[in-house]
Design a protein around this ligand. Structure first.
Ligand code: PLP
Length: 331
């Protein structure tokens, strides 16, 4: 793909490492058939502890700077990794950052103040407001942008998770990285929320003519709704790149059986997946996304969704600092 025309700010340490999960694979093979497992370390993208939003922000911040923005506005859950990475990206480019946080679960004092919230503040972002569950966050952001414009600022509003065609370009680039890495990849598995990660990967593999499949483990929406969101964004992303290809609905695979009570609520499978990967590989997942994503991967292995000779890459999308907001779930 031709990247030279698309504005990008080099905020992260990208490409990220791709490593074999040798001990986890061995552990699972003692219990049943298991493909060869790999991990794409998007938790190691740098920028204030990294994560998948760094990839999206490289393109979003470039777009903001192109438009002359002086302040980034975004929204997320109280323990939003996206909000924290946006705060860091803003700091790294001398922009102001204003955050709106949605109270999606009833958290304890650590949930409200530690983990990502502590880092948002350390990075100099303003937490404008914490709003109740099911607020129209996009509308509140537009209202804030209007007030800032009236004061002479140039705000750039980033939707939750940075999941626009511009943000999804970060994962088109990741698909290309995976395609160029040594060896075949049969499946890529990761946690899916606001859908930009999966949409970018699906669009990227489609654009490359790759046979690699992508399985998203939903952390929020039921399967049908998540497939629609990913599919629509993947098509808009190809349009944005002027690539004239369609994406089959069957190319968007989502498993919604690992959400539990809802977004941000811990599950028993998440807790055991986080502990298993910590204790076999020394790698820390997170409670809201990659822990549930890994639970979904373990479930798919148990159901023999893959062949033993397959190579399966789990994308560690970051969020480890969220563990400090969820201490009670692991106690
Ligand atoms: C945002 C996030 C995801 C989900 O990515 P989307 O592009 O929103 O689907 C997964 N893992 C972590 C740690 C995240 O912060």
């Amino acid at each position: 793909m031709e990247w030279s025309d698309i504005p990008r700010e080099y905020l992260g340490t990208i490409p990220s490492p791709l490593q074999p999960l040798t001990r986890l694979t061995e552990y699972l093979r003692k219990r049943g058939p298991c493909p060869s497992l790999w991990m794409k370390r998007d938790d190691c993208t740098g920028l204030a502890t990294g994560g998948n939003k760094v990839r999206k922000l490289e393109f979003l911040v470039a777009d903001a700077l192109r438009l002359g923005a002086d302040v980034l506005i975004t929204q997320g859950a109280v323990q939003s990794n996206h909000a924290r990475q946006t705060a860091a990206a803003a700091a790294a480019r001398g922009l102001d950052c204003q955050l709106l946080l949605e109270q999606r679960i009833e958290g304890d004092a650590e949930y409200e103040n530690s983990g990502n919230v502590l880092l948002d503040q350390l990075l100099g972002a303003t937490i404008v407001e914490k709003l109740p569950l099911d607020s129209d966050m996009q509308e509140v952001m537009e209202g804030l942008a209007g007030r800032l414009r009236a004061q002479g600022h140039v705000p750039y509003v980033i939707p939750g998770g940075g999941s626009t065609p511009v943000g999804a370009l970060g994962y088109v680039l990741c698909a290309e990285e995976l395609q160029n890495s040594a060896g075949k990849i049969d499946y890529v598995v990761h946690a899916t929320g606001s859908a930009g990660t999966q949409a970018g990967l699906v669009a990227g593999f489609r654009a490359l003519g790759s046979a690699t499949r992508v399985l998203g483990i939903s952390v929020r929406q039921p399967m049908e709704a998540q497939v629609n969101t990913v599919h629509e964004l993947a098509e808009r992303t190809l349009d944005y790149m002027n690539i004239n290809k369609v994406i089959a609905r069957g190319d968007v695979e989502v498993d919604d059986r690992f959400i539990g009570r809802g977004y941000g609520y811990p599950t028993a499978e998440m807790v055991s997946a986080v502990k298993l990967v910590a204790r076999t590989e020394g790698i820390l997942l997170d409670p809201v996304y990659s822990g549930k994503g890994m639970a979904g991967l373990l479930g798919a292995i148990a159901e023999q969704r893959f062949r033993s000779q397959d190579d399966v890459v789990f994308i560690h999308t970051g969020g480890t600092v969220g563990l400090f907001g969820y201490r009670s779930a692991f106690a």
